[in-house]
Write a protein that binds this ligand. Structure first.
Ligand code: COA
Length: 259
């Protein structure tokens, strides 16, 4: 896979998508958004890929938000069109394989929205996160006003979005905005370990588990519990379930095939 604004590498069943505009702090231009959609579509279909990691090139930024330069000349109608196209963050949130944001620096605006659309977030200790759109006279438009309160709670989301202030990685971990904080020089290795762990599990079970947990954000409890039960029974139809249970009873490591 070759892209203008992304680097995509697959190693040991883990794909890493790196936004590659370090001199613009990996800002999400229209080209990045378009290529993200293309990369996700290709990785969705690739059975060799079991986990997707997102990160940013260089040592300064994960992603410093939407490309502000593109906002300058856009009419409201053009902006509406840009936002009505298939939306990369929604595609990330609905992606059938586990997704991890490896946050290696500024994680702002659309960068933060991409990170919170992922299943897990691992941050370098020096990373800074926030939704600074308010400072530009706008507001988060990539799901931030909806996903952030669901992730960190109403008050914290309101504070981040109304003040536009950044938080450091440790505060982000304390409020649930990131799941794991590691020393900067351990970020890649620790994320790889986490991705490898997920890649060793049944892709069928991972997909169903993701689906069930995400349903908790949308469904009332009783409907969610019914949905969970249906997905649990669906897992019983998989070869991977037979393999996982048999391997346990035979005291050996399972080999999940994704069937
Ligand atoms: N869109 C477009 N360009 C951006 C950008 C963005 N979101 N964020 C950074 N850049 C560009 C800068 O314009 C600058 O370009 P130049 O070298 O051509 O002048 C380059 O990236 C480096 O940015 P700079 O501000 O000099 O780096 P820094 O390390 O001092 O600061 C940030 C980094 C991320 C704190 C700062 O760039 C910033 O606040 N960016 C905007 C964040 C934001 O508001 N995001 C939400 C957008 S809706």
């Amino acid at each position: 896979m070759s892209f203008e604004t992304l680097l995509v590498a697959v190693r040991d069943r883990v794909a890493t998508i790196t936004v590659n505009r370090p001199d613009k702090r990996n800002a999400l231009s229209a080209a990045v958004r378009r290529e993200l959609l293309q990369a996700l579509e290709a990785l969705r279909q690739d059975d060799e890929v079991r986990v997707v990691v997102f990160t940013g090139a260089g040592d300064k930024a994960f992603i410093a938000g939407a490309d502000i330069a593109e906002f300058a000349e856009r009419t409201p109608l053009e902006q509406r069109q840009a936002m009505d196209d298939r939306r990369p963050f929604d595609q990330v949130a609905a992606f059938p394989k586990p997704t991890i944001a490896m946050i290696n620096g500024y994680c702002l605006g659309g960068g933060c929205e991409l990170a919170i659309a992922c299943d897990l977030r691992v941050a370098a200790r020096s990373a800074r996160l926030g939704q600074p759109e308010i400072k530009l006279g706008i507001l988060p438009g990539g799901g931030g006003t909806q996903r952030l309160p669901r992730l960190v709670g109403f008050g914290r989301a309101m504070r981040l979005i109304l003040t536009g202030e950044m938080v450091g990685a440790e505060e982000a971990e304390r409020i649930g905005l990131v799941d794991l904080v590691v020393d900067d020089d351990a970020l890649a290795a620790r994320t790889r370990e986490l991705a490898a762990l997920l890649a060793s599990y049944s892709p069928v079970a991972l997909r169903l588990a993701k689906d069930a947990v995400r349903a908790a954000l949308e469904m009332p409890l009783s409907a969610g519990l019914r949905y969970e039960r249906e997905l649990f029974v669906t897992a019983f139809t998989s070869e991977d379930k037979q393999e996982g249970v048999r391997a346990f009873l035979e005291k050996r490591a399972p080999e999940f095939r994704g069937r």
